[in-house]
Design a protein around this ligand. Structure first.
Ligand SMILES: N[C@@H](CCC(=O)N[C@@H](CS)C(=O)NCC(=O)O)C(=O)O
Length: 189
């Protein structure tokens, strides 16, 4: 998760379809882009990573907005070195990136795809015809970026109110308020 003290923003990951690319791996801490790296590893995809530095105000640098207008991390591009005329695919939003990778890449351990079969046989395209596994996959995909991410972001912001960057006497008040918000909104969820 991004914090104001986080020096590096991992932003740009490029899986390559080249059979023998040189994998560049970086240790990425404290950012949601790390999950994309984890998934690329699970899927056994060759990829490279470009790391952009956060600005002093803790935001992404403007160069990232030139890759995708959202201007946030992570962004994933998929290029086709053997087909120079083919347009590069540019994806933003972690959930979408995860979904796209799972749809198009499969681990080399024999499984065809990480995505569970969608339909119970004979119930294709019917309401309620989805398999339990697919329903759970969709739920967790959206939960991670919905309820869970929101709760984590609140927790990260509250931790700033309790950090030693805030002068001690002021921190007594901000820390007290942060604890109250934490107990009301973060712990119950
Ligand atoms: N919903 C987006 C959120 C992206 C996001 O907020 N990324 C943070 C890093 S964890 C970021 O780029 N922060 C810098 C900024 O907002 O300028 C996703 O999951 O990809």
């Amino acid at each position: 998760m991004l914090t104001s003290s986080h020096p590096l923003l991992p932003l740009f990951m490029c899986p390559r379809f080249n059979p023998n690319p040189k994998p560049d791996t970086y240790r990425l801490n404290d950012s949601r882009a790390q999950r994309i790296v984890w998934l690329l590893e699970e899927l056994d995809v060759n990829y490279s990573i470009k790391i952009f530095k956060l600005t002093s105000s803790g935001l992404a640098p403007p160069e990232l907005g030139k890759i995708h207008p959202l201007g946030k991390s992570p962004v994933l591009t998929i290029s086709f070195p053997s087909e120079p005329d083919r347009e590069t695919i540019v994806l933003a939003e972690s959930g979408f990136i995860v979904q796209y990778l799972c749809d198009h890449f499969s681990p080399k351990n024999g499984r065809a795809t990480l995505v569970p079969e969608r339909w119970v046989r004979g119930k294709e395209r019917q309401i309620g015809g989805e398999t339990e596994g697919w329903m759970r996959y969709q739920y967790l995909l959206h939960y991670a970026e919905g309820s869970f991410a929101l709760t984590l972001v609140i927790a990260v912001i509250l931790s700033i109110f309790k950090s030693k960057k805030i002068p001690f006497l002021i921190r007594l008040i901000t820390g007290f308020v942060a604890d109250k918000i934490y107990q009301a909104f973060v712990l119950p969820t």
